[in-house]
Ligand binder design. Structure first.
Ligand code: SER
Length: 611
């Protein structure tokens, strides 16, 4: 089965059980300054898990694009990636544990409606209890019954295993003690596929000679899905309270499910990665069958896939936040290709590989001119890095000992992220003093918050007043740009912090100071008119017919929320959007456009602030 077939099969299965399919949200969360990337399917669902009504009801399913920068070091084995699609189904106070476990077991094992996996090769984990919450005996008994129906006598210690919160509790911030006040979470139940005892010997794992268990990471068992019973919320006194609305948050790694269906634990052999691996084989002249080449080839394939999706969602290489992570992915892929080929010439071919990535996902996530858009961003970045890579490697080769100061100079002068220096040194059999590097780094402080500092992972979305106001300002800017520059302007992305709005859009040239002034005045005029903002839910076709703007290239559900600024018959702005927004422009301060940048290939970026 191909990835596209498995995704479709899951959607059909969920639709047959009353679910509505919703599109994936972008990889960079909108209006949420607390986290850099969407790293789990439940993140965009947060308002609904907390009780807001979803326009499509209480049973939803999707395949969410996810990116986990914290997993970057693990990429290189046969099952970890930074980018992945997570299948999800959601019960918003509708069905609960029994139905969920039945649905998932049936999807995995049913030969007709599901994937037809052998139930003998499935094992499950449940919550062992702790933090004032009992052991999940209910889940154990549901699993026993489900296995029994297929003639299998599963019991605790055999296909069913209980683990403490570290393994079987889910919230955005981890175990109950780490959950901030107001954060929802709950016990979960994971399902693992057994690739068989012999597979363990093939995988070069540090655990391969240890006693094996389903969570041991030796490569024999692969986690393929997680059902979270989201039924608690953290209180100020540190305890957990039952939520009035009990939710299901299910997440399953699409490519891992494909690996189980293929009965091959190497996810890079699935139909979404193998064409990319083939391209890397062609460029490098090396075969993937040679085990020594596999880690590098997997890293290149993953990082380029992630980069393609990030650029599509309006991230560009830079020294800050998401842009820094993207830069690191691209430079790391370049270093890997360099060492694979033994020369730097090849690295300019990296951009070309993305054609195969866009092709694979074309029908779902990409539109017509995306290949050019993605490739020009990658080519620009690799072009900048190409010469420094050569110089940097020569410098690192020359020195017997590389000090933290040397590494910092490389960072300053040649744009080598520390991780890249470590990587190159590892290839050369050398090390660097990381603490010394950090000291130098802090001394200079010329790079504002990178992904590894500042922003915390998890925590409640920032729905503060100011972020909401910037959200509305996004619509005002979009409308003003179209009115003044023309209807070719379409939004490519946006990002909000509590300090500013960043807005990317298509426009071929620099905007003159006069035009900037005009755009600014138009928005401020509308703000001083204190226009009303109204929200309504409409069928998508109707909303588009009425002229509501949609985000370029994004897929929307059949029923959408539309925000209108001004008189509905003679509006200033009308857009499809999940919100939240202010109710009237009287809530906004005057704005100022503070900066303009070009992102190449006909895309410009503006920064706007309230003054
Ligand atoms: N939130 C859970 C996870 O990310 C299930 O979707 O694993």
């Amino acid at each position: 089965m191909t990835i596209n077939e498995i995704r479709q099969k899951y959607f059909d299965f969920m639709v047959a059980r009353g679910h509505q399919i919703i599109p994936s949200s972008p990889l960079v969360p909108e209006g949420d300054a607390t986290t850099l990337f969407t790293s789990a399917g439940m993140q965009p669902m947060m308002p609904y898990l907390l009780g807001q009504k979803h326009p499509l009801g209480t049973r939803l399913a999707d395949s969410q694009k996810c990116f986990r920068s914290q997993d970057i070091e693990e990429v290189g084995d046969n099952r970890h990636t930074t980018f992945f699609e997570m299948l999800g189904n959601w019960s918003l106070g509708d069905y609960f544990k029994k139905e969920q476990l039945e649905y998932f077991f049936r999807f995995l094992t049913d030969k007709k409606d599901g994937l037809g996996l052998d139930p003998n090769r499935l094992s499950v984990s449940v919550f062992a209890g702790g933090d004032g919450v009992d052991k999940d005996e209910e889940a154990i008994s549901i699993w026993k019954n489900l296995f029994a129906k297929t003639g299998i006598n599963a019991k605790e210690g055999h296909q069913i295993f209980a683990y403490p919160a570290k393994k079987n509790w889910w919230s955005r911030s981890g175990t109950p003690d780490k959950m901030p006040v107001g954060e929802p979470g709950g016990p979960d139940s994971e399902v693992f596929f057994d690739f068989g005892e012999d597979r363990k010997l093939h995988e070069n794992s540090p655990f391969k000679n240890e006693p094996c268990h389903i969570n041991c990471d030796c490569g024999r068992y692969l986690e393929i899905g997680n059902s979270v019973f989201m039924q608690y919320v953290k209180l100020a006194d540190g305890s957990l309270k039952e939520l009035p609305q009990k939710n299901i948050d299910f997440g399953g790694g699409l490519v891992r499910l494909a690996a189980a269906v293929n009965d091959d634990p190497d996810i890079f052999k699935t139909d979404i990665y193998f064409p990319v691996i083939n391209e890397i084989e062609k460029i490098s002249g090396h075969s993937y069958e040679i085990a020594d080449h596999q880690p590098s080839m997997r890293i290149i394939a993953d990082h380029l896939t992630a980069a393609t999706f990030l650029i599509k969602d309006s991230v560009f290489p830079s020294n800050k936040a998401q842009g820094y992570v993207l830069r690191r992915l691209l430079r790391r892929a370049a270093v890997k290709l360099h060492f694979l080929m033994g020369s730097r010439e090849g690295i300019t071919q990296l951009a070309g590989i993305t054609t195969s990535i866009v092709d694979i996902y074309k029908s779902i996530y990409f539109a017509g001119d995306d290949t050019i858009y993605v490739q020009s961003a990658i080519a620009q970045e690799i072009g900048k890095f190409e010469k420094s890579l050569d110089k940097g490697i020569k410098e690192l080769e020359k020195k017997a000992d590389v000090s933290g100061k040397d590494a910092f100079d490389l960072y300053q002068n040649h744009g080598f992220p520390l991780e890249i220096t470590i990587e190159i040194l590892a290839q050369l059999g050398k090390q660097v003093d990381i603490q010394e590097f950090q000291k130098e780094f802090e001394k200079h402080q010329n790079v504002s918050r990178t992904s590894s500092t500042g922003m915390f992972k998890g925590g409640l979305a920032d729905q503060s007043v100011i972020v909401t106001a910037y959200h509305t300002a996004t619509h005002l800017l979009h409308a003003a740009l179209r009115q003044i520059l023309g209807n070719h302007v379409s939004q490519k992305g946006s990002n909000i912090t509590s300090l500013r709005l960043r807005f990317d859009f298509s426009h071929p040239e620099k905007i003159s100071d006069e035009k900037i002034e005009e755009i600014q005045s138009l928005i401020n005029e509308k703000i001083s008119e204190k226009l009303k903002v109204t929200k309504e839910e409409l069928p998508k076709e109707k909303a588009l017919e009425q002229g509501a703007l949609a985000f370029f290239g994004q897929k929307y559900p059949d029923v959408v929320t539309v925000y209108t600024v001004g008189d509905p018959k003679n509006y200033f702005s009308k857009e499809l959007c999940g919100g939240p927004h202010v109710e009237s422009l009287s809530e906004l301060a005057k704005i100022k456009i503070v900066k303009q940048e070009t992102l190449g290939s006909g895309v410009r970026r503006l920064y706007l602030q309230f003054v």
